[in-house]
Design a protein around this ligand. Structure first.
Ligand SMILES: Cc1ncc(C[n+]2csc(CCOP(=O)(O)OP(=O)(O)O)c2C)c(N)n1
Ligand SMILES: [Mg+2]
Length: 581
């Protein structure tokens, strides 16, 4: 189809998506967005329709995180948009660049009681970098173009483009529609209405015919200044016990992940990885530590936080000793200084800064004793977990289950984490295989991301083994998406740690209030629910069933089938004492 001849406004949106490399559009249909879906399909964009708008946004989020190209979701006006709010907020806090296209009532009927017509700006604007309200057809393409660039610039995040339905159809149809609405009456008010609506349509289509197809704009990634680099080199040169913590924001330029991994290795200091940065150094790198981070932070004399703010996860900065030199690398000046003023603030992309640092700094050999000290603790803790994994009970020990997943999962496996205690345990036991091999909700701690994240991941990277590590509570949010997995031929392995409860909450609630109210679930047959949607369901109640069940699940997934493995867990003390607020 020649780009110059747009069919209609919906096609302008589709052309702009195509120009930015969007290969997939996640959606749940609605009359307000039909022309966009149809035109995107005609242009070869894969339309992946799901069962809840939140899923569409979670999927777009995962696509963005894994490919570095903003993921795209389109939802209908009103309730379609309100259903996305949690997922949008999650993407905002996770700093994930995505584009949400929302429908809206016809321009002339907004505020006049049209179907699903609400003022969408006050609902959506707080959760996005910008809310584009489009009023003219010619602005559709340029708005998408700007939205893509904005989503990826500075601190990445979601951007919203509101497209009223009367801008999305062809001009002749819309003229006719407005003419019919204006009626044929001869009274003065009738004639005035006709005049008003005629002028309105002219304005909507003004300049549309000459508007050109859009092209993607370059994205400039922010770089910290030279002074910060010199300061960091000087701090490291003096340090006896440096520690590097790398978080999600360091890998927002997905294409740089491998180079960042090499830089971290060259720097030669102990590293903790969190969020999307998990797996950056592969499965078992001698510099990577997983346990006792708090203690290591207390002992370190120089702490480098790469894309990691001093929020609750670092006890608001209190985990870092007062006398330590703190180097904060962050795209956000506010996050770099949150709760604790760093000695050196490198405001810019943390991943690029670490690459520069690895080039500028030569040293590291004298840290061997420090590294060995941390490694010793690491081995000790691993031995403890091994010990706990041998405990047997009536059903399955979660540690033993996750150890078996760790043993079996493919070299390219991607783990999506959605749940409480079971997932917390998994984050210690599972070793992501490489960069961008772990997806969790991020700072918002949102339950229910699993199905959407897995869908986005599996579609963005076909052929990859995608696991969802689900709590039984968390799996309930997205169970209906087994329907989407089946219809779209998306093979994911959902591993449900079924402890018949919202255990992470119950653990503290019962201790503090002696009441398990609202935290108790049943040993529900989640595998049968998945099977009802046409997927494969496997149940595991005893330890000896674990190994064959996981092998079978991998086999089925390799054949292109979605599988849910529902594993009855025993109680464990592993997570005792862990609480985040
Ligand atoms: C949307 C949302 N609702 C509620 C919570 C609070 N919450 C945190 S962990 C948790 C329990 C999770 O239960 P489950 O998924 O079964 O995992 P488990 O802790 O039992 O392993 C809850 C309810 C949340 N984080 N997000
Ligand atoms: Mg549970």
């Amino acid at each position: 189809m020649p780009d110059a001849a747009f069919q209609h406004g919906g096609d302008r949106v589709a052309q702009a998506l195509q120009a930015h490399g969007a290969r997939t559009l996640f959606t749940l249909c609605g009359g307000h967005i039909s022309p966009i879906l149809s035109a995107a399909k005609a242009r070869g964009i894969r339309i992946v329709d799901v069962r809840d708008e939140a899923t569409a946004v979670f999927a777009a989020d995962a696509t963005a995180r894994l490919t570095g190209i903003p993921g795209v979701a389109a939802v209908t006006a009103g309730p379609g948009i309100t259903n996305t709010i949690t997922a949008l907020k999650n993407a905002q806090l996770a700093q994930s660049p995505l584009l949400l296209i929302g429908g809206a009532a016809p321009t002339a009927l907004q505020g006049r009681g049209a179907l699903q017509d609400i003022d969408q700006r006050p609902l959506v604007a707080p959760h996005v970098k910008r809310f584009f309200k489009i009023r003219r057809v010619r602005d559709l393409g340029p708005a998408i173009e700007e939205a893509f660039q904005l989503a990826q610039s500075g601190v990445p995040g979601p951007v919203f483009v509101e497209c009223p339905v009367d801008l999305l159809y062809d001009e002749a149809s819309i003229r006719q529609w407005y003419a019919e609405a204006a009626g044929k009456g001869t009274s003065v008010p009738d004639r005035l209405l006709r005049f008003y609506l005629g002028r309105h349509v002219r304005k909507m289509f003004d300049g549309a015919a000459s508007a050109q197809p859009v092209t993607a704009r370059p994205v400039v990634h922010p770089r910290a200044d030279e002074a910060a680099l010199r300061g960091a080199v000087a701090a490291l040169s003096k340090s006896e016990r440096p520690l590097l913590v790398i978080g999600s924001q360091s890998v927002v330029i997905a294409g740089e992940a491998q180079r960042l991994a090499q830089a971290a290795q060259r720097l030669g200091m102990p590293v903790y990885l969190s969020g999307m940065a998990r797996g950056l150094l592969g499965r078992d790198h001698p510099l990577q530590m997983r346990h006792q981070r708090r203690q290591a932070l207390r002992e370190a004399d120089c702490v480098l936080l790469a894309g990691v703010p001093c929020d609750f996860r670092l006890d608001y900065g209190r985990h870092v000793r007062r006398s330590a030199t703190l180097v904060a690398m962050n795209r956000s000046a506010r996050d770099a200084r949150m709760n604790r003023r760093p000695n050196i603030a490198a405001i810019g992309d943390a991943g690029l800064f670490l690459q520069d640092l690895a080039r500028a700094f030569v040293g590291g050999a004298r840290w061997t004793a420090w590294i060995n000290q941390l490694r010793g603790r690491e081995l000790h803790r691993e031995a403890e977990i091994d010990q706990q994994a041998t405990a047997t009970g009536e059903h399955v020990n979660p540690l033993a289950l996750l150890r078996e997943v760790e043993r079996q999962a493919a070299p390219d496996a991607l783990f999506v984490a959605d749940g409480g205690d079971f997932v917390g345990t998994a984050s210690y036991v599972l070793h992501p295989r490489g960069p961008l091999a772990w997806l969790d909700p991020g700072a918002f701690g949102t339950l229910g991301v699993g199905a959407g994240f897995a869908l986005g991941a599996a579609i963005a990277q076909p052929g990859r083994e995608v696991w969802i590590v689900f709590g039984d509570g968390a799996c309930g949010y997205g169970l209906a998406e087994f329907d989407s997995f089946v219809r779209h031929g998306v093979p994911v392995i959902a591993l449900v740690g079924n402890d018949a409860g919202w255990t992470q909450i119950a653990r503290e609630q019962v201790k503090m209030l002696h009441d398990d109210v609202a935290t108790v679930l049943a040993r529900t047959d989640y595998h049968a629910v998945a099977a009802g949607f046409g997927a494969e369901g496997i149940v595991v109640r005893r330890p000896d069933e674990v190994q064959p069940a996981l092998a079978r699940a991998r086999e089925l997934a390799a054949q292109g089938k979605a599988v849910l493995v529902n594993v009855w867990l025993d109680k464990t003390e592993f997570r005792e004492g862990s609480l985040s607020m």
